[in-house]
Design a protein around this ligand. Structure first.
Ligand SMILES: Cc1ncc(COP(=O)(O)O)c(C=O)c1O
Length: 391
């Protein structure tokens, strides 16, 4: 763990870059992250500027080179070539474009999802049944999960369903923060000739990874969770040698079929948000990038999980294997109504969390610290869970 992860003074100076509304302690930073004050101010300036200059700047500057440079910088964030990425408005749009336009499926083929996928991804994969005539296989992961159990669930599915051609895989599930062993799963899939579409929404900016090393050729991301960009920015990634396996989106013609940008819908983007991105990426790097951000939120996660896991009446759902967790972790008050308990955390202790349902193990409370969260905030959570566990 980098030394700075538990250096409260260091992280206080970072926390001061963010403006916080007075109110409860926010432990639900998983929905989207804050922009720093500087990024927010820069964004607002761009909003005003684009509003003043209207299409003049967009047509004469943005579209004549500024956008090329922004795309180049974004590709650098994932060590990819600019011609492998296309901007979208969010991760859902990126992932749904990949799923909709993946053209290697024949009627009777099988596609795979697990209980831990994000709902918009599940929906799109299920939709393939009618659109492409495929059979949708749905598996549930063992609980509690281990590195081996996660890989085995897929290996068993690959054996049981020999017509599998495509699967969705979520790098970090939004339900519990479980980090999937992506490299091992992608390798097992490749051996069976199964393509993987990776949902990287919660991984980007929180986990260090390299798509080529992971063995991933198709992926979707957003930039508003852990990168610190304004809302409305995401992107899709297609390994250049696999571009032909994703069709242009719904007859898209603004770019040639050899251009990855034809793989998602063409529309007027949020220019001010895109123009803010270079500063966002600069700040991300200055804060130490995913390595430092990830280490900090992991430290905060371990601070509460280590004290709460042994409590009777509490089940922490996310494993402690360092390969399998990040800053997001979920727990349960055993045998209680989780929404009611989340409400009590808020009303009695001023702690804002969120409940998540939809996994095979049922409903849970998700805790997501952010870059403005202090160790003292986490201690309030530990005290609250300890008291409520015997209440
Ligand atoms: C795992 C995961 N995938 C996809 C998404 C969708 O992201 P977006 O809101 O950018 O479409 C989310 C959002 O919370 C997520 O947690």
């Amino acid at each position: 763990m980098p030394r700075t992860a538990h250096d409260e003074h260091h992280w206080q100076t970072i926390a001061q870059r963010y403006e916080l509304e007075p109110g409860p302690i926010n432990l639900e930073n998983g929905y989207f992250g804050r922009m720093s004050r500087e990024v927010c101010a820069h964004y607002l300036e761009h909003v005003a500027f684009i509003n003043r200059s209207n299409s003049l700047h967009v047509r004469q500057q943005f579209e004549q080179g500024e956008n090329v440079e922004i795309r180049r910088q974004l590709a650098g964030l994932i060590d990819a070539e600019p011609d492998s990425i296309a901007f979208t408005r969010n991760a859902t749009e990126a992932l749904q474009s990949l799923i909709r336009n993946y053209n290697r499926l024949q009627p009777g083929d099988q596609v795979l999802i697990s209980d831990l996928e994000y709902d918009t991804v599940k929906g799109a994969m299920r939709w393939l049944a009618g659109y492409r005539g495929v059979e949708v296989i749905e598996v549930s992961h063992a609980h509690p999960a281990s590195f081996d159990s996660l890989v085995q669930t897929y290996q068993q599915a690959f054996t049981q369903y020999p017509r599998l051609k495509l699967m969705a895989l979520t790098h970090v599930t939004h339900r519990t923060g479980l980090v999937m062993p992506v490299q091992a799963i992608a390798m097992a899939a490749r051996e069976q000739g199964i393509d993987v579409i990776l949902d990287g929404a919660h991984a980007l900016g929180q986990i260090e990874f390299n798509l080529a090393q992971l063995g991933i050729q198709f992926a979707g991301f957003n930039l508003h969770k852990w990168i610190g960009a304004p809302l409305t920015l995401g992107f899709l990634y297609i390994a250049p040698e696999r571009l032909a396996d994703i069709d242009p989106d719904m007859g898209e013609f603004h770019y040639p079929a050899t251009d990855v940008r034809a793989r998602t819908s063409y529309s007027t983007p949020n220019f001010p948000a895109l123009m803010t991105l270079p500063l966002v990426l600069q700040e991300h790097r200055a804060a130490g990038g995913s390595a430092a951000k990830g280490a900090r939120v992991n430290y905060l996660r371990n601070r509460w999980v280590s004290q709460v896991r042994p409590l009777p009446g509490i089940e922490v759902l996310t494993p402690d294997d360092p390969r399998l967790y990040c800053g997001i972790t979920a727990f349960k008050f055993i045998g209680r109504d989780q929404q009611l308990m989340a409400d009590r955390l808020l009303k009695d202790y001023g702690l804002f969390t969120t409940t998540r349902a939809g996994a095979a193990f049922g409903s849970c409370i998700r805790v997501t610290p952010g870059l403005a969260t202090s160790a003292a905030d986490i201690d309030v959570l530990v005290n609250a869970i300890t008291e409520l566990s015997v209440d």
